[in-house]
Design a protein around this ligand. Structure first.
Ligand SMILES: [Zn+2]
Length: 188
């Protein structure tokens, strides 16, 4: 159901492309996360896995024809064998500390906020990527972080973050836009 304050989705580019972005983000969110780390209470390296957190950690909020869809990763929990403390695994590969969304989404906000107001940025993310990030959240990221990688790629007359698309669609060579033609399936 669409909430009363949710606008209908109005993509700026081909819906197929936006859908491909969504599909890749869902794939990211399918993975479990939480690398082993020392106990934050006593520093011990003696631990055992202790299930997963009840609530997934949000990677991104997707704007779909049916409304907003949160995608998140399951977070590995550990139990310290010395002090008994239960703690979550290390998420720093995918998340900045204290951010509601995954690093690529935060960096994407910074990329567009470099030359757009937070309000325009919210709209751009929604229309070009099918992502929901509130303008206040964008503004907080701008206050907290330095500018992100500014490499851009033009798609259908719109400026896209190369780093973000490479994260989703690329192999390990994040600087090259050739991922666009390496895929066997057409993205747009
Ligand atoms: Zn401990």
């Amino acid at each position: 159901m669409r909430g009363p304050d949710e606008k209908p989705f109005d993509p700026a580019v081909s819906p197929l492309f936006v859908n491909a972005i969504r599909e890749e983000l869902r794939r990211v969110a399918d993975e479990r996360r939480g690398e082993p780390r020392p106990c934050p209470n006593c520093g011990s390296d003696a631990r055992r896995k202790n299930g997963y957190q009840n609530e997934p950690k949000t990677v991104a909020r997707l704007v779909t024809a049916d409304g907003i869809e949160d995608v998140g990763v399951d977070v590995q929990q550990y139990e310290c064998l010395d002090c008994g403390r239960s703690f979550q695994g290390d998420l720093s590969a995918l998340f900045y500390e204290g951010c509601a969304y995954a690093k690529p989404v935060v960096d994407l906000c910074l990329f567009h906020a470099a030359d757009e107001s937070p309000t325009d940025c919210e709209r751009t993310l929604r229309r070009q990527y099918g992502l929901q990030v509130n303008r206040d959240t964008v503004a907080r990221y701008v206050d907290r972080f330095d500018a992100a990688d500014g490499h851009a790629i033009d798609i259908a007359g719109h400026r896209y973050s190369l780093a973000f698309l490479s994260f989703l669609f690329g192999d390990d060579e994040g600087d090259e836009p050739h991922f666009v033609i390496q895929r066997s399936t057409a993205l747009w």
